[in-house]
Design a protein around this ligand. Structure first.
Ligand code: ZN
Ligand code: ZN
Length: 324
């Protein structure tokens, strides 16, 4: 268009008709965008089926809220796995988390939760961590939109998918970093498998140094008992299951808790540093080590493996089925 036409006296009518036309076009376009859900809204709301409603107990707020499954999954994914991970790792996590929730529901497919009036809670030590949209905004800052859309995609891409074994939903346990070998979870699909993909994980191996005095205090043992410290049993995957200090007996989990170790897969070296006796603990991995290794999943995804390939590796013999 030229300036002359727009500014000419004679073209006022023409100008008006142009305006009307433009207005009509823009109204039409807005309608189309609105009906399509809008580019932003469309990504922010799961387009697929929402799944059953889930009652989740929010421990901080001390209340139970009921939300569609896919919305709960967004919050679990955001809390449980770095959104920077590869798409097929996020998809695998979505299927594991969905299975975990569905198994706890008071429905024909579930086995119950152990919660009085909810299906799950947001305590990662009991069920799975969960954060709401505001917490995601805080967590991701300027990456919010990118990450939100990414996890939304992972949830939508796997809509309704769960893992089953022998016709029952599996106990879909997962952890951050197995450290090279997952732990046997006591179920046919939770067998110990080698993991070659988590060596780059930040917590693949960690070191913690305690002085003898610190250890005596943390374990509540005498000098004589500490001098007799020894591992009494390890699981097949190498994790410490039993440890003794003289007469005092500990489980591996108890030691992990008392010393704040990343996992029960540890060993130590006693050394003398000046006048202090030190115990240098080397710990493999992070978490209980059972089921899906999140960092291993990310490594597999980087090698081009699909969510299904990842899941069926860490949950051996399981099947993926669509529940809704
Ligand atoms: Zn719980
Ligand atoms: Zn691993």
């Amino acid at each position: 268009m030229t300036k002359g036409k727009w500014h000419g006296q004679k073209s006022i009518k023409k100008k008006l008709s142009y305006l009307v036309m433009l207005l009509t076009i823009s109204i039409f376009l807005s309608c189309v965008i609105y009906l399509a859900g809008g580019p932003k809204e469309n990504k922010n709301q799961a387009a697929g089926p929402q799944g059953p409603n889930v009652r989740i107990f929010l421990s901080k707020e001390d209340k139970v809220v009921t939300l569609p499954m896919e919305e709960v999954l967004m919050g679990v994914l955001a809390a449980e796995m770095p959104a920077s991970f590869e798409m097929s790792a996020l998809e695998a996590q979505a299927v594991a988390a969905r299975t975990y929730i569905m198994r706890r529901m008071d429905e024909p497919w579930g086995v119950g939760s152990g919660h009085a009036d909810s299906d799950i809670c947001d305590d990662p030590a009991h069920c799975q961590a969960y954060i709401n949209k505001e917490a995601m905004q805080e967590k991701w800052g300027s990456n919010f939109e990118t990450y939100y859309n990414k996890i939304s995609q992972a949830v939508q891409n796997t809509a309704g998918q769960v893992l089953s074994f022998d016709g029952e939903l599996i106990e879909a346990l997962y952890h951050s970093t197995c450290g090279g070998q997952t732990e046997d979870g006591g179920k046919p699909y939770l067998v110990s498998v080698p993991c070659f993909w988590d060596t780059e994980a930040p917590k693949y191996e960690s070191k913690v140094i305690f002085t003898a005095n610190e250890l005596k205090e943390l374990l509540n043992v005498s000098s004589k008992e500490l001098a007799a410290i020894q591992i009494t049993s390890r699981s097949a995957s190498g994790r410490v299951t039993g440890l003794s200090c003289g007469e005092k007996i500990f489980t591996g989990s108890k030691i992990r808790e008392l010393l704040g170790l990343n996992s029960t897969n540890f060993a130590w070296l006693a050394a003398v540093n000046g006048s202090e006796e030190e115990y240098i603990f080397t710990v493999q991995g992070y978490g209980h080590g059972i089921g899906l290794c999140q960092n291993g999943a990310n490594g597999m995804a980087k090698e081009g493996k699909s969510a299904a390939e990842i899941l069926l590796y860490y949950y051996q013999g399981a099947e993926i089925e669509k529940k809704y």
